[in-house]
Ligand binder design. Structure first.
Ligand SMILES: [Zn+2]
Length: 276
């Protein structure tokens, strides 16, 4: 991390000498460790995001209960008649964060072709920080949406009312704005793809491409307040729940699944552009 930061800083300095100095990165005083660290801290996350070649933009959807940013990274190519707009969401439940690796691998990949893609690697940052399913107020975000909302308690606590949580409202505003053709919401550990859904043919394709079993996630009867239910009932596009197992391997999450996910949409990473 430190070494990458130094390399980036050296690169920026060389670049500034050759081209016009766009970013005002404070340069370290020679020999001063403190000023070097300060300068590296000045390399903001926005700078790092610009360095990622496939990232077209970063949108802050909103903030969590504890004020953490919920970010969506815009990848791929502009939407067109032949090119779908897709949103991938991970870690809606804070203790189901393994699939965030799939989305970060896509974010950090070279250019992606064939899809207009948004990834939200960490939808519930407070839950992830605590290692809990629910958000900082103890609400299960996937029971908080204004669709068949009922007052649930315990592990499935549904909140004070429909869309009572800032994380819920942030995602609703984003999805209303983007109106994706497809949403995949990644969870763990039920290991399967929900084919008892709005577009069962597409769900079967997802199961086949990701090599996951076809399943039916019925929430023990009717699903209350789920994000996928809300989106499927209110928009033309469709949202689908994908469940990996409890401990998917790093290789599956970082190498295999990202390519499999793109293949669902006929998209690909341009590996010819990998340099250095
Ligand atoms: Zn879940």
């Amino acid at each position: 991390m430190l070494r990458a930061g130094v390399r980036f800083l050296v690169g920026m300095t060389a670049l500034a000498a050759l081209v016009t100095p766009v970013a005002a990165v404070p340069l370290p005083t020679p020999g001063s460790v403190e000023s070097t660290v300060a300068a590296m801290n000045a390399v903001t996350s926005a700078d790092r995001d610009r360095e990622r070649r496939s990232v077209r933009g970063v949108r802050v959807l909103g903030r969590s209960v504890e004020g953490r940013r919920i970010r969506a990274f815009h990848l791929g190519q502009p939407a067109s008649k032949r090119r779908e707009t897709v949103v991938l969401i991970s870690t809606m439940h804070g203790n189901e964060s393994a699939t965030g690796q799939i989305l970060r691998a896509l974010r950090d990949a070279p250019q992606i072709y064939g899809v207009d893609l948004w990834v939200v690697p960490t939808y519930n940052p407070d839950g992830e920080a605590r290692g809990t399913r629910r958000n900082a107020r103890g609400v299960d975000l996937n029971r908080n949406y204004p669709n068949n909302w009922v007052d649930l308690d315990g592990n499935y606590e549904s909140g004070a009312g429909p869309a009572s949580e800032p994380e819920t409202r942030a995602m609703m505003n984003f999805l209303r704005d983007i109106r994706p053709d497809r949403i995949l919401s990644f969870h763990q550990p039920l290991y399967g793809v929900d084919v008892d859904t709005k577009r069962p043919g597409f769900a079967r394709k997802v199961a086949r491409k990701l090599r996951l079993p076809r399943s039916s996630f019925t929430c023990g009867g009717v699903c209350h307040g789920t994000m996928t239910g809300w989106y499927n009932n209110n928009f033309r596009g469709n949202a689908l729940t994908v469940e990996y197992g409890a401990r998917p391997s790093r290789r599956l999450m970082r190498k295999v699944a990202p390519v499999q996910v793109l293949s669902i949409f006929g998209a690909r990473i341009d590996s010819a552009r990998i340099v250095g």
